[in-house]
Design a protein around this ligand. Structure first.
Ligand SMILES: Nc1nc2c(ncn2[C@@H]2O[C@H](COP(=O)(O)OP(=O)(O)O)[C@@H](O)[C@H]2O)c(=O)[nH]1
Ligand SMILES: [Mg+2]
Length: 358
């Protein structure tokens, strides 16, 4: 039994309070009348309450307390979960960042520009690909593949192909290979003529002439625009006219001006200009070369000295930026053997080899 005292103006009223709180199973222990300090006479009664009832009534209070505690503990559990989630998210972001960084460094090391890589990552925001290194590498390789353009050989109309590029890049050698290919190595034999505009380089005339003689192909040396125009007109019945030009450094304005005049020659057919670029060139030089030669209205790119490097990232980066169609790869000094039709897969295979190596 537990005792509790109730106060009221009369003992009956005090007892009524006790019953109201604990029910009728209580028993009266004592009752007295006391004059309080305010001068009012009050009745105090003490009742004995059975423990179970006392606990039950009080338990209500405890229950409420328990509910609060439960709520508190739930909140703290939620807090803990949240902080876990936060940690996980942070971890995930960090993991993603690590993947992105690794892949970026991998491609940058191979010569692909940070700018291009970032722009690819941008297009992938929110994608699962960003969470998987292998997927991401494949995705970038696919993007490179899609960005590369190959210019197919096309003999449906008669052609004038002018080959331009820096000195020593392999223009004359490539022309000899192309002449042999068109005249002798394809299913159909085309009527080919060579025109040489290069009277600058010592031995340049003899070099092309030498190939022309071996292959028994007509060869003309031309050093002014009027004569060029006349020559092209005279060669009207030829299927393919290959025009060799003087090598020019990108800073050789005078030769550029002259070459532009040749390109603009009013000829019976369109002059297609192909730039020869060595696979070995540094990126900065590639850009300078392209920027200067692009005045010649380039229709395709021939990549020479393919055999002299194992690193094609710089070249690919150049292609990603300028999107110039590739027509041929020159793969060595041998005429006519060392020439391939431009082939994306071949180029990418070399590059993937590099990526795999790390
Ligand atoms: N390794 C290699 N050498 C080449 C290639 N093409 C040309 N060459 C060599 O590069 C040098 C310059 O070639 P040339 O055709 O005279 O260059 P041009 O000044 O541009 O006409 C020569 O020794 C060629 O044999 C190639 O694809 N690979
Ligand atoms: Mg030459």
């Amino acid at each position: 039994m537990i005792n509790e005292t109730f106060v009221a103006s009369s003992p009956q009223e005090a007892y009524a309070f006790a019953i109201e709180k604990y029910g009728t199973d209580i028993s009266l222990v004592s009752a007295k009348q006391i004059k309080y300090d305010d001068g009012v006479l009050r009745s105090e009664i003490t009742v004995a309450i059975p423990e179970e009832i006392f606990e039950e009534i009080s338990l209500g209070g405890i229950l409420v307390k328990d509910e609060d505690e439960e709520l508190l503990s739930e909140i703290s559990e939620l807090k803990a979960q949240l902080s876990h989630m936060k940690k996980d998210m942070h971890h995930e972001i960090q993991k993603n960042n690590t993947i992105l960084n690794e892949v970026k460094i991998l491609f940058m090391k191979k010569g692909i520009s940070a700018h291009w890589i970032d722009s690819m990552f941008q297009t992938l925001v929110g994608s699962e690909i960003l969470k998987d290194k292998k997927l991401l590498v494949s995705y970038l390789l696919e993007e490179i593949d899609e960005s590369l353009i190959v210019k197919d050989e096309d003999f449906t109309t008669p052609k004038i192909m002018m080959i331009v590029g820096p000195t020593g890049v392999g223009k004359t050698t490539t022309i000899a290979k192309l002449a042999a290919r068109y005249a002798y190595l394809l299913d159909k034999s085309y009527k080919v003529a060579l025109v040489n505009l290069d009277s600058f380089k010592v031995g340049a005339i003899e070099q092309l002439q030498h190939y022309a003689e071996i292959m028994q192909i007509e060869h003309f040396v031309v050093d002014d625009v009027d004569l060029f125009k006349d020559t092209l007109e005279d060669l009207d019945e030829y299927d393919i006219i290959l025009v060799d030009t003087a090598g020019m450094s990108p800073y050789d304005t005078q030769k550029f001006v002259k070459t532009i005049e040749f390109v603009k020659t009013d000829s019976p057919r369109n002059i297609e200009v192909s730039l020869v670029l060595a696979a070995t060139v540094k990126y900065e030089d590639m850009e300078d070369i392209y920027q200067n030669f692009s005045f010649l209205n380039l229709s395709s790119l021939i990549i020479s000295k393919f055999d002299e490097t194992k690193h094609f990232g710089t070249l690919l980066n150049f292609m990603l930026l300028y999107r110039l169609p590739m027509s041929y790869f020159a793969t060595g000094q041998e005429v006519p053997d060392d020439l391939l039709l431009a082939d994306k897969e071949f180029l990418l295979e070399q590059f993937i080899g590099e990526i795999d190596e790390g």
